[in-house]
Write a protein that binds this ligand. Structure first.
Ligand code: NAD
Length: 357
């Protein structure tokens, strides 16, 4: 098993009655945590995931195993393996399960790989989301919550992002696919009065975090004494959000349907790269070997989420400080990888497009 969920806070949102929730991408990082939270508070969950090899598929299998073993009772969790664009499969799932809530976390993630292979992103993200909204309309879904991304702010001039910001300048196919999902979501709300909430997540990390992302990579590499790369002088800063805060925001959105809204879900504060590396060293207990690299073209020096709207309309507030989040993630990593002597080197384990930044 690659880790348990012991240190993820539960019961952050009030339970407002039984639900059967379709969680797409439920084998992935965020989807599996959301599924676990919903199951823990008494909802039933239907998971659909194609188990693609964007990163080591054993991580997703382990996430699903953990969920199944924790909730073995008949009917608590149903798991379907397949593509959300598969018409026959998805029709069967909606017909059989009749979910009234959809939490759509499935997507092809990653910015740089989307430049190499944009069509995978168009398929899973744009076509997949549209297909789910069609079915949600047809089967009378009461609330449709989906993952957008802070990457929609890509070409924006400002560094403190509010939902009011113009996001007409996505700078990668991934960002454009998320922006397209937001536009189509508006259309489905307009045409069919489907309740839809889009959530723009800001860099999410924590136990079971994606191996292609910096927080996992830094912890993994510093632990194994492998060199890490620092772009620029380390003063650039970004907003990192701990997984339990994201789960809290997602569940609040499921429980509070809105006609059509988009919310930022972030920490609401930036952390510099230098500080980030310092905290990883402190909690791993080893000194990092750092290779200083020139600034990446197009890198924005400072990005931060304005979470005022999520606070006002959802009651969302980040609770986990960055240091506490890193401490918990390192603790999980030691338990899941170091103690069990699992060697994970994202560079060799991740397949093809998995070699993301
Ligand atoms: P993840 O890759 O761990 O999870 C996504 C899951 O969706 C995977 O298990 C994958 O197999 C599945 N999937 C992809 N395409 C599918 C398809 N066509 N049919 C069925 N299943 C499919 O990624 P994550 O980090 O958990 O991200 C969850 C969501 O949040 C995604 O929509 C992502 O774009 C968004 N997001 C994540 C972050 C972050 O920092 N992790 C930031 C912004 C937005």
């Amino acid at each position: 098993e690659i880790g348990t969920d012991d240190d993820i806070e539960t019961a952050v949102a009030p339970h407002v009655g039984y639900k059967k929730v379709l969680v797409t991408g439920g084998a992935g990082f965020i989807g599996s945590h959301v599924a676990q939270f919903l199951l823990a508070r008494g909802d039933d969950v239907v998971i659909v995931d194609e188990m693609n090899d964007y990163y080591d598929v054993r991580i997703k299998e382990s996430n699903l195993r953990l969920i199944k073993e924790t909730y073995p009772e008949e009917g608590r969790v149903s798991i379907y393996r397949g593509d959300i664009c598969d018409e026959e499969l998805m029709e069967t799932i909606f017909e059989k399960e009749q979910p009234k809530w959809v939490c759509h976390m499935a997507a092809r993630a990653g910015v740089r790989p989307s430049i190499q292979d944009p069509f995978v992103y168009i398929h899973s993200n744009i076509k997949g989301t549209t297909h789910l909204m069609e079915l949600s309309h047809k089967y009378g879904v009461e609330n449709f919550v989906f993952a957008s991304s802070s990457s929609v702010y890509g070409g924006s001039k400002s560094t403190f992002f509010s939902e009011e910001e113009n996001v007409d300048n996505p700078v990668s196919p991934y960002a454009a696919s998320k922006k397209a999902c937001e536009l189509l979501a508006y259309t489905y709300h307009h045409l069919y009065q489907l309740n839809i909430t889009g959530l723009r997540f800001f860099t999410v990390y924590g136990p079971r975090g994606r191996p292609d992302m910096a927080p996992f990579k830094f912890i993994d590499r510093v632990s194994r004494g492998v060199e890490i790369q620092q772009f620029g002088d380390g003063s650039s800063s970004r907003d990192y959000t701990y997984i339990s805060d994201i789960v809290d925001g997602v569940v609040r959105s499921i429980d509070r349907p809105h006609k059509y809204e988009v919310f930022n879900l972030g920490k609401g504060a930036g952390t510099s790269l230098k500080e980030f590396i310092g905290l990883v060293q402190k909690h791993v207990g080893k000194k990092a070997t750092i290779k200083i690299m020139p600034d990446q073209p197009g890198d924005v020096p400072y990005t931060c989420a304005d979470v005022t709207k999520a606070y006002q309309m959802l009651g969302y507030k980040s609770k986990i400080s960055f240091e506490e989040g890193i401490r918990r993630t390192v603790e999980w990593y030691k338990d899941a990888y170091v103690k069990k002597e699992i060697e994970v080197c994202p560079e060799t384990q991740a397949n093809g497009l998995g070699r993301a930044p």
